[in-house]
Structures are given as structure tokens and as C-alpha cells.
Design a protein around this ligand. Structure first.
Ligand code: ATP
Ligand code: MG
Length: 457
């Protein structure tokens, strides 16, 4: 079969107006359409002719949608079946999915959704045929990075090119886009791969400990220093240091770090001898570091040292083509982990995911899929088990702008903003049932920023 415009579709519906509507709409799309007035006629046609796809109503007299599905699976199992279900027949629809239907379209539907689901269903049957032909064909991935969008290919290309060098790299991108995976991919492709990659979360180490953590300390350097201890830079010798959330470093530590990066030397706390290390630095930030430099929060010299080669990891909403690949990957991961047999995300559920803007990027997608695997009771992820935030659907910022008109008497902007913030933060915590990470994802901010805002409340 080809997904060319000449794909053959059988439309089955006992309601004349619906049948005609589908007939015309699909013919307009360029498909070759045949229609059947009921399940019995459909079965007769199916015995004589083969189709690429059958779209059938569920509730029909004598032979219903499930009956048509069974007939299709009997005469030509490679034909894909899409069902149209009213609310009352949702259970049957789920039943049908278990028997091999590709997806169901709940009524009322949008023409746009039908068109997409049909074209996806046709593609899926084609790729199933291809997969049979070459079962070894792997999904494109790069290290543990998944995605084959143009934007990600550019990232892979850059990773490949910089991995052989020793230059410092700054990885920029929103929270959850995969910056750490990119850093690990660079390390694993480099000739440093047999030495450690040490991840330092610059936001996580208390300022008074950061020096002893990074540089190590000598016995007796401070109370509690009962023996010499090697610091993280020492551990990373010959390998890679990944400085995560570099934008959170205090000015004092920024100076000390600058010295290590410039001279590749450091001194343990309480020590005197200068140690030389061979490390490659990769830094990451979800803040706009250039803006931080302009605002005077980040040292310019350090910025230029780190930013020899910038790599931008694009947000997920700008590479929605990667959503199905990632979703399927996480589905397999969590099904296995939870010992469930859920192999597929329904096309309708997938179309919902592809419209979602993912403020928390890949991490949020992973969380959504994980939850749906936990919640799902059938063997396919259906829209009902997707827990997306409605808050984020649609064009929120524009709506907010439009609804608020400025009081001619003037306002206190800071107070108003604080009120808005409080409202959203509280709502997000409620929706997330107390999970801070989830609440932060809902608000499109990172965990640290959420904690800060919660403290303010
Ligand atoms: N392209 C990808 N393929 C597979 N998994 C991914 C991809 N991108 C991100 N992930 C997964 O998403 C989660 C977040 O990724 P990661 O920690 O690398 O993001 P990050 O950009 O460092 O986020 P943050 O700024 O919040 O630290 C991880 O569980 C990671 O495995
Ligand atoms: Mg990270």
C-alpha cells in the first residue's frame, strides 16, 4: 500500500447524512472512497474488495462496528480500522481497540481531527509493513537522545563536531529540554569517555560548602575536616566537569571558577600546593546568561570563557515532530518498569499531545506518559489517562493581556503582578496535588524558581 492519494477507504455508517459527509470530505482529500449503508453491506464489500482503511460507526443494527472490525481482521488483517464513537459507545470503542482497531474518533469531532487521524492511520499501516520487512531498523537516536527533527539533528551535528575538541561549551535551553543528556553525549563521544563526567549542580551546593566540594580540603582545614578529601575537580581529572545551572553561581564562586577554567589549576581548602587538572568544562543554563551579564549578575569574563561554543537545545513545542517518538519511547520504558502491557498511544491521544505546548519540555512529556501508564486500564493509552493542564492550552498570555484594561486612576503594578502570581502558583500547587516539580512544569518555571515564589507567599 502507499499513502498516496489513492488509498482506498471504506466508509460504514447507517446514518445517511454522516455517510455522505465522510464520503465527500474524504474524496476531496483525494482518497478513493466506497461507502456501505450498514454492517452487513460492509461485510459483503469486504469479501470482494480490499481496502487500506475502514472507518466505521460503532452503533449500527444487526452487525455493528465491532462486527465490521472482526470481519476486516478475518479477511485482510493489514487493513486499518478507525471507529467513530458517540459518548455512549466509548466502552465498546475501547473494547475494539483491544481487538486491533487503530483508533476511535469521539463524537462530536472536528473535520481537521478526522483528516489527521486517517492520514496517520494510513501512515502507520505503511510503516508496519516496512517494519516487518526490516525488523532491525532502529528509531533514530543519538546517545540516549531521541528525536529526528531538523532542530535536533543540528544539535547532534554540533555535538559530534565538538566532542573531539577540548573547548568549553555552554548549553542553553529551557528546563527539561535535555541539556544534561547533551552534555553526556559529548562526554561519551570524546576520548575522555573512560574518565568520569562529574555533574556539579551549581544551584544545589550551599555557598559555604562549594569550595570544599569543588577543590577538596586538607585535614584540619576546618572543624570536622578529620582527613584529606579530594574535591570534584580532582575526581574529574582526565574527564569532564558538567556545571549545571551555572547562572546560579554566586559572584565569589564565579571568580574562583574563572581561575580554574583559565589556568586549570586549583588549591584545596586549607592546602598550599597548586594542583593542575586536565578537565573539559561543559556548562548549562536555562537562564539567558547574556542577559545576566548585562544585568551584572554574571561575570562577563567567565561568560566568554565558558561560551566558546554555544549549543542551543530547542524547546519541545518547536519540534513537535519529535513528540510521537519520545512519547513512544517513554511508554515502552514505563510499561516495562510497571510491568504493564501497554504498547501504544491511541492516535487521538497522540494528536492531543501534539497540540500541547509542553512548558516543562521533554521532562513534562515523560511525566505525563509515566502517569498515563500508571492510570491506564486498557492496553493502549487513551485520551482519558492523559493529565494535561488546561491552563496551558491555548494562548494564555494574549488572553491575559486582552482582558485587563488599565484603570484610568492608575494601578500598583507590583501588587497586581504579585496577586496574579499568587493566584497561579496556588492553583498550580492544587492541580499538581502538592508535587512541586509538576507545579513548576505547569507554570513553565524551574523548581528553584517555584520554591522561591512559594517562600514569598
Ligand atoms: N531528546 C531526548 N530523548 C530522550 N529523553 C530526553 C530527551 N530530552 C530530555 N529527555 C529526558 O527528559 C528529562 C530531562 O532532561 P535533562 O535533565 O537533560 O533536561 P535539562 O535540560 O537538563 O533540564 P533542567 O534545565 O531542568 O535541568 C530526563 O529524564 C531526560 O532523560
Ligand atoms: Mg539539567
Amino acid at each position: 500500500m502507499s499513502i498516496s492519494e489513492t488509498a482506498k477507504i471504506l466508509v460504514v455508517d447507517d446514518e445517511k447524512s454522516m455517510r455522505e459527509f465522510l464520503d465527500i470530505m474524504l474524496a476531496k482529500e483525494g482518497y478513493h472512497v466506497t461507502s456501505a449503508r450498514d454492517g452487513e453491506e460492509a461485510c459483503r464489500i469486504l469479501e470482494k474488495d480490499t481496502f487500506d482503511l475502514v472507518i466505521t460507526d460503532i452503533r449500527m443494527k444487526t452487525i455493528d462496528g465491532l462486527g465490521v472490525l472482526r470481519k476486516v481482521k478475518e479477511v485482510n488483517p493489514s487493513t486499518v480500522v478507525v471507529l467513530i464513537s458517540a459518548f455512549a459507545t466509548a466502552e465498546t470503542a475501547v473494547e475494539a481497540m483491544k481487538e486491533g482497531a487503530y483508533d476511535y474518533i469521539p463524537k462530536p469531532f472536528k473535520v481537521h481531527d478526522i483528516k489527521r487521524i486517517i492520514s496517520e492511520a494510513l501512515k502507520s499501516s505503511q510503516s508496519a509493513v516496512q517494519a516487518d520487512a526490516s525488523p532491525a531498523k532502529e528509531r533514530l537516536h543519538f546517545g540516549s537522545l531521541i528525536g529526528e527533527s531538523l532542530q535536533m539533528r543540528k544539535v547532534y551535528d554540533l555535538v559530534q563536531r565538538v566532542s573531539g575538541t577540548k573547548t568549553n561549551i555552554l548549553i542553553a535551553g529551557e528546563s527539561g529540554t535535555g541539556k544534561e543528556l547533551v552534555a553526556r553525549a559529548i562526554h561519551n563521544l570524546s576520548d575522555r569517555r573512560d574518565r568520569p563526567i562529574v555533574v556539579i549542580n551549581c544551584a544545589g551546593i550551599p555557598e559555604n560548602l562549594i569550595e570544599s566540594e569543588l577543590f577538596g580540603f586538607k585535614k584540619g582545614a576546618f572543624t570536622g575536616a578529620t582527613a584529606d578529601k579530594e574535591g570534584l575537580f580532582g575526581v574529574a581529572d582526565g574527564g569532564t566537569v558538567f556545571l549545571d545551572e551555572i547562572g546560579e553561581l554566586s559572584p565569589v564562586i564565579q571568580v574562583k571558577l574563572l581561575r580554574v577554567i583559565q589556568d586549570r589549576t586549583f588549591t584545596a581548602v586549607g592546602g598550599t600546593d597548586v594542583k593542575v587538572v586536565d578537565v573539559r568544562f561543559i556548562a548549562a543554563s536555562n537562564k539567558d546568561l547574556e542577559a545576566e551579564v548585562i544585568d551584572g549578575n554574571f561575570r562577563e569574563d567567565l561568560y566568554f570563557r565558558l561560551n566558546v561554543i554555544p549549543i542551543d537545545v530547542p524547546p519541545l513545542r518547536e519540534r513537535e515532530g519529535d513528540i510521537p517518538l519520545l512519547a513512544q519511547h517513554f511508554l515502552e520504558k514505563y510499561s516495562l518498569e510497571m510491568g504493564k502491557d501497554i504498547g501504544k498511544i491511541s492516535a487521538y491521544a497522540m494528536s492531543i499531545l501534539q497540540k500541547y505546548p509542553f512548558p516543562g519540555n521533554v521532562r513534562e512529556l515523560e511525566n505525563i506518559v509515566e502517569r498515563s501508564v500508571a492510570l491506564e486500564t486498557s492496553n493502549i493509552v487513551l485520551p482519558g489517562s492523559l493529565t494535561l493542564s488546561n491552563l496551558r492550552m491555548g494562548s494564555q498570555p494574549a488572553e491575559i493581556r486582552e482582558k485587563r484594561s488599565l484603570d484610568p486612576k492608575g494601578i500598583e503594578l507590583d501588587k497586581v503582578m504579585a496577586e496574579i502570581e499568587k493566584g497561579y502558583v496556588t492553583q498550580a500547587m492544587e492541580m499538581a496535588k502538592g508535587s512541586k516539580q509538576r507545579a513548576a512544569d505547569l507554570l513553565g518555571i524551574n523548581l528553584r524558581s517555584l520554591r522561591y515564589r512559594l517562600e514569598k507567599l
